[in-house]
Design a protein around this ligand. Structure first.
Ligand SMILES: Nc1ncnc2c1ncn2[C@@H]1O[C@H](COP(=O)(O)OP(=O)(O)O)[C@@H](O)[C@H]1O
Ligand SMILES: [Mg+2]
Length: 376
């Protein structure tokens, strides 16, 4: 007589896991079991679902009173973490295609946690970002927290590592405990500060214990929270640490395509963006952003053109021979009240040419405006 019902094999394996004390594997199998029997026994599956959400890996902290207090440095009583909620961004991140793909993939896994678990697949919990300063690592951590609608908790490891190690270890433990007790994104910034400590004449045994604690918490990190580590010196990190993270994204200085897109996001015309991107190399977006701000201010304070100010700010040799750019500059200077003869000198064309450039730009602007009105 056959008594086999759907999901029987999974249930047997789950029992084994349960007896062996492997809670995670047990839960994944039970999830799978529930999805198998859902069609025939919807109420039963629903009951399994509710115990999973009460006791399983995705259980949420039910009330604010259950929350641990935000950890403080015991002597100074200073907060160890900076907490941000809701997270807002002043500017959307501008990534290379490769980085965008990886970051969005990480996010998609987080948004489909339940679906993945139901197929016995573990979604990514941790993300390591490395790369030069000012390339968008901290910005990306903020973006992830905002997209997930979770609070962002930031621990600056360079700061906690400055106190003596025994104390540091306790502080880091307190932070990890706190951040794994409710759904959030924990950013361990300046992650290499731990590795750097190795050069100093510190207690090697103590440091080893600290690294072990950290590695263990990366392994045990709960699915309800996201752990992000960021470092400007990935080369200082042990390969054992790299391997521990579910996802790794390596940032770099932007290539010219990325610079161009970034500059365009500042309302700068495509021809100008193209020219600038050709002249910028091995420069972080943070620095480009600074130069753009400086140039925008200069253009206002000195009554000059944004293109000319950019040329100054970025120390570029001269205006390119592009007629479109010259037309833009001529028109802008004209609007700022420059005499045609002065404009002619500045951009190296005749006075007559300045007059026609200004007229051409006015016609183009008129057309663009008409286009906008027609197509909303
Ligand atoms: N990829 C990027 N896209 C958009 N803005 C960026 C990017 N990278 C850096 N920036 C700008 O520079 C600032 C500093 O970048 P940040 O994320 O702190 O760099 P990192 O953490 O890699 O040192 C950001 O707040 C943002 O204004
Ligand atoms: Mg940073």
């Amino acid at each position: 007589m056959s008594t086999k019902f759907s999901g029987q094999d999974i249930l047997l394996l789950a029992i084994e896991d349960g007896l062996k004390g492997d809670a995670q594997s047990f839960e994944l199998r039970i999830r799978k079991f529930a999805s198998k029997v859902k069609e025939d026994y919807p109420l039963f599956a629903q009951k399994i679902g509710s115990s999973l959400s009460e006791f399983g890996i995705l259980r949420s902290v039910s009330s604010k009173e259950n929350l641990l207090p935000s950890p403080v440095e015991p002597d100074t009583r200073q907060q160890l973490l900076i907490e941000k909620f809701p997270v807002t961004l002043q500017r959307e991140p501008n990534w290379s295609e490769n980085i965008q793909r990886k970051v969005e993939r990480f996010l998609r896994e987080r948004l489909k946690v339940e679906e993945l678990l139901n197929e016995q697949l573990l979604p990514s919990r941790s993300l390591l970002m490395s790369g030069p300063p000012g390339t968008g690592k901290t910005l990306t951590a903020n973006w992830v927290a905002r997209e997930l609608g979770l609070p962002l908790l930031t621990l600056d490891l360079a700061t906690v590592m400055s106190s003596y190690l025994g104390k540091t270890g306790n502080n880091i433990k307190a932070v990890l405990n706190y951040a794994s007790s409710f759904p959030c994104v924990l950013l361990l910034d300046e992650f290499d500060a731990i590795a750097k400590k190795r050069d100093d004449e510190t207690d090697v045994g103590e440091l080893k214990r600290l690294v072990t604690v950290l590695l263990q918490s990366i392994d045990d990190w709960p699915l309800s929270s996201v752990l992000i580590a960021a470092t400007n010196h990935g080369e200082l990190l042990d390969p054992a640490i790299w391997r521990r993270f579910d996802s790794v994204v390596e940032f770099d200085f932007p290539d010219s395509e990325q610079v161009k897109n970034y500059v365009i996001s500042w309302d700068i015309s495509e021809v100008v963006a193209e020219w600038l991107s050709a002249g910028i190399d091995n420069t972080s977006i943070a620095i480009i952003e600074k130069k753009l701000l400086e140039a925008k201010k200069d253009a206002i304070l000195e009554g000059s053109s944004i293109v000319l100010s950019l040329k100054e700010a970025l120390a570029l040799p001269g205006l390119p021979n592009d007629p479109d750019i010259r037309r833009e500059v001529a028109y802008e200077l004209h609007l700022k009240g420059w005499a045609k003869i002065k404009i002619a000198e500045e951009i190296g064309v005749t006075r007559q040419r300045v007059s026609s450039l200004i007229k051409e730009q006015a016609v183009l602007n008129q057309r663009e405006l008409q286009g906008k009105l027609n197509y909303g």
